[in-house]
Design a protein around this ligand. Structure first.
Ligand code: HEM
Length: 395
């Protein structure tokens, strides 16, 4: 009998055949393992994203939610409270002026890429992408240098879940508690001596006399650290994986960096890292002949919707020229990713600098270990072999 369990290591490794069965045969599927409905067709998932009145985020949006987060961050509130939070955080983002981050980002990317010079093999995450994402996040948020590795390790643990208990394990909860203490310390420092950084701005941001309260500041900071490091790093791995596997695409993009944004959009669709998010139904709803009840949880399977042949022709083909309009790699609707602009800019800069040093590379091993997470999908390690002839040419 067909079963879809978002906690299963087999789903982490390859969810796509199961997604096809879901879309074709069970477009409204009750997952016994996850105790929630799963929507997988593009039209349903995209529609739910805009219909926050029925599909609420206020009970949490991570498939396996972290304690105390529901109701306190922009990802876990509904309008009008959500819009107020989003306005305040966006205001802080605008003040920091993202363009001003481009040069520091390039310096960080260049330095991380230079460390790969002369290598025949490397591990993409430890040797390149995590060095980049952590330092970029520290620069954007204004976090004090010194704790980068620990912050990265905790952020990665926070998004994981235990495949056996289908819940957060003690190590995940401990990482979350650590991150909140860490964030509280930085917030206190920035309040005492504000600087030109995101945390200083949004911990004091005001619109018409309205401010974030203490819990909102703390959990929004914690979420931004998690998203900034793990969402960005996870997707960079998925893009690197596609480029390593598809030689024509890799060579085209390495030779002409202007093609990078097309590869980014196609990988967001084809190899979605933010696979599944959760909503809670506010009223009974019948879809495709199945009635879901008010109070039921619903999984929006962005990764499945992005491979829906009803929306994208030949969805299992990676097509650099596709320019997939309306893909859900950054979600959509009122909760569409707030960090998408900074993420797109960071990814472009990182891969431009990476390709200057390592223009040609392939996966060192066909088998990958995947992060155990019901929400996100990315490899834990990504060993690469460098094509030395092409690299000598680039040097
Ligand atoms: C490639 C990297 C990224 C991907 C794939 C990604 C993906 C997503 C997705 C799918 C959502 C929607 C969640 C939902 O439907 O409930 C989301 C929301 C969000 N993301 Fe990202 N994200 C990325 C990078 C970032 C970065 C770098 C930041 C911040 C620095 C960030 C901050 C946020 C926030 C604050 C929200 C909540 C927005 C709201 O509810 O209004 N993300 N992201």
């Amino acid at each position: 009998m067909f079963a879809f369990d978002p906690y299963s290591p087999a789903v982490d490794a390859d969810p796509f055949p199961l997604y096809k069965v879901l879309r074709d045969q069970h477009p409204v599927y009750w997952s016994e393992a996850a105790q929630m409905w799963v929507l997988s067709r593009y039209i349903d998932v995209a529609g739910a994203g805009t219909n926050w009145q029925v599909f609420s985020s206020a009970q949490g949006n991570l498939m396996t939610e972290l304690p105390n987060r529901a109701g306190a961050t922009l990802g876990t509130t509904d309008p009008p409270r959500h819009d107020r939070l989003r306005g305040l955080v966006q205001h802080a983002f605008m003040k920091r002026n993202l363009e001003a981050l481009a040069e520091p980002m390039r310096d960080i990317a260049r330095e991380a890429a230079q460390a790969l010079r002369g290598r025949e093999q490397f591990e993409f995450i430890a040797d390149f992408s995590s060095k980049f994402t952590v330092r970029v996040l520290f620069a954007a948020l204004g976090l004090p240098l010194g704790d980068e590795q620990t912050v990265r390790d905790k952020a990665v643990l926070m998004v994981q879940s235990d495949p056996i208990t289908r819940a957060k394990g003690p190590e995940h909860l401990a990482a979350y508690a650590w991150m909140q203490d860490y964030a509280a310390g930085v917030i206190a420092q920035r309040r005492a001596a504000p600087q030109n950084d995101l945390i200083s701005h949004f911990s004091t941001a005001e619109i018409d006399g309205d401010r974030l309260d203490e819990r909102e500041v703390l959990l929004t900071t914690t979420t931004l650290i998690m998203a900034g490091i793990e969402s960005l790093g996870g997707f960079m791995s998925m893009l690197a994986l596609n480029l390593a596997d598809f030689a024509d695409v890799r060579r085209a993009v390495a030779a002409d960096p202007a093609l990078l944004p097309d590869a980014v959009e196609e990988s967001l669709r084809y190899n979605t890292s933010a696979q599944r998010f959760k909503r809670c139904l506010q009223r009974d709803l019948t879809l495709h002949g199945v009635t879901m009840k008010a109070g039921d949880f619903v999984c929006l399977a962005y990764g499945a919707a992005n491979r829906d042949e009803r929306q994208f022709a030949d969805p299992d083909v990676y097509d650099l020229k596709r320019r997939p309009k309306g893909h859900l790699g950054f979600g959509g609707g009122v909760h569409g990713c707030l960090g998408s602009a900074i993420a797109r800019m960071a990814i472009k800069i990182a891969f431009e600098e990476f390709h200057k040093v390592v223009p040609d590379y392939t996966r060192a091993a066909p088998q990958l270990d995947w992060m155990p997470s019901s929400t996100f999908r990315s490899p834990l390690r990504l060993e690469m072999t460098v094509d030395r002839a092409a690299t000598r040419h680039a040097a």
